[in-house]
Design a binder for this molecule. Structure first.
Ligand SMILES: [Fe+2]
Ligand SMILES: [Fe+2]
Length: 307
């Protein structure tokens, strides 16, 4: 059934586990990239899209679990579900902090919820071909989106310009912890798609849908934030602002984003050829949030051991 020619790089594979992180937002300023509301809000759109988006990943993957006939892939998918559920929750916890700073995202998140829960949700389909088609279509959409979450994860792990500009360390840790786990599990969605279908036409079609939806939702999200930011009197944003930040290194470069498109559409694509697991694992070993989660888990285990 599969007509992909993907050859995974085995050394890039790692056993997946969810890390039970938590972040304190009280010291994070509204413009957490100092003096740059455009960069701040472009990245802030993640907090609007990911809670509903990653909940939707988990919802779809729970339906796909029973179709998996490979034990190793099933373990990867279970690890992926645990990580994405934690990501969704961590970004959701930023929203009350934005509200406290006068930026209520509810009108926008209500639209995003509708998009994932209704438009991309379960339809009243009879069991059989139609229901399977819709599940495979969504599994392929997730594979395409995960190409971009890995791209962004790799970018933020290497975005030294954000450190040089004095970006808020808690927000950077949230983004890099999440980005590192995206890099860690970057092959799972594509492997699941290849296992259940892998059709090239479906890969191209769902990539086009995912890419268009991401661009549409993202630019609306940036505009929403800039218009509702209580500190901005004349909010203004254009594609040029994005290009400029890309050249400066506070946002991904447009050229790098464009170059990632033919890579996903190449027949020999496999996510293990992108990014670096070693870099992701190294970040997770030093991330304040991931280390705190690890220490909490270790002390819980030692308490359980003494009981
Ligand atoms: Fe995620
Ligand atoms: Fe992911």
């Amino acid at each position: 059934m599969s007509n992909t020619q993907a050859r995974p790089v085995e050394s890039e594979r790692v056993a997946l586990k969810a890390r039970n992180v938590s972040f304190s937002w009280e010291d994070t300023p509204l413009h957490w990239v100092p003096g740059d509301p455009f960069t701040t809000h472009t990245i802030n759109v993640l907090h609007l899209l990911l809670p509903a988006g990653e909940r939707w990943f988990v919802h779809v993957y729970k339906q796909a679990l029973s179709l998996i006939t490979d034990d190793r892939l099933r373990a990867d998918v279970v690890g992926f579900i645990g990580q994405e559920a934690m990501h969704s929750q961590a970004h959701d916890e930023v929203l009350p902090h934005l509200r406290e700073q006068g930026l209520d995202p509810t009108p926008y998140t209500a639209q995003v919820d509708w998009f994932f829960e209704k438009l991309l949700g379960d339809r009243t389909l009879p069991p059989g071909r139609a229901r399977r088609w819709w599940l495979l279509e969504r599994v392929a959409l997730i594979a395409a989106i995960e190409h971009y979450t890995a791209f962004l994860g790799d970018w933020v792990l290497n975005a030294a310009e954000l450190d040089r500009r004095g970006a808020d360390p808690t927000m950077l840790d949230l983004l890099r912890w999440h980005g590192a786990e995206e890099v860690e599990h970057r092959s799972v969605a594509f492997d699941l798609f290849a296992h259940l279908d892998g059709g090239y036409r479906r890969r191209v079609r769902t990539w086009a849908t995912a890419f268009s939806a991401l661009v549409f939702l993202w630019q609306r999200g940036v505009r929403f934030f800039l218009e509702h930011d209580p500190t901005l009197t004349a909010p203004n944003a254009s594609l040029k602002d994005f290009h400029v930040r890309g050249r400066q290194g506070t946002l991904p470069a447009t050229g790098d984003m464009l170059k990632s498109i033919p890579r996903y559409l190449s027949r020999g694509y496999h996510p293990s050829h992108e990014c670096s697991t070693a870099q992701a694992v190294a970040y997770l070993a030093s991330s304040p949030a991931a280390r705190a989660a690890e220490q909490a888990e270790q002390s819980m285990k030692s308490v359980e051991g003494t009981l």
